[in-house]
Design a protein around this ligand. Sequence first.
Ligand code: SME
Length: 165
Amino acid sequence: MYDFQPETGLDTAERYRQLVDAADALTADEPDAVANMANVAALIREFVPDLNWAGFYRVGEAKSGGRELVLGPFVGRPACIRIPIGAGVCGVAAQSGETQLVEDVHAFPGHIACDAASRSELVVPVVREGEVIAVIDLDSPSPARFSPADAEGLEQLAALLSNRI
Ligand code: SME
């Protein structure tokens, strides 16, 4: 049995440090990308409070050719399966290679509402050898839930996963 849980009273940076350590321990010896993403999505739910959705979209093949984001392992309600690169918060993160911290999803042009409860969102690209291979998406029911410390912590998790998903 795995029992990864954050200690109580941690600040955001330390909370993410412990999340990254737990993710490192769980994925270090496992070559299967889906298994690693599934466990990391579950870990995010343990370590990051006030979320209604957390998971992965991977850059994959579009049905009509070309590339698009395809839903990966997550925790939360069933979600949009395919997102064009450049569309919505996830697609913009994938296209730009830059973290998207959105305080109010209703004010983000083209935001894709997968869960009507979502009010704010944080999306971080996972980059391997200079190419975006996936994004990690966190949604919260609270407006302006995410801080730069959340973005920095999630970027460290994305860096760890670069060769593990
Ligand atoms: N809101 C995202 C879509 C994914 S869901 O939130 C799970 C977006 O605008 O890209």
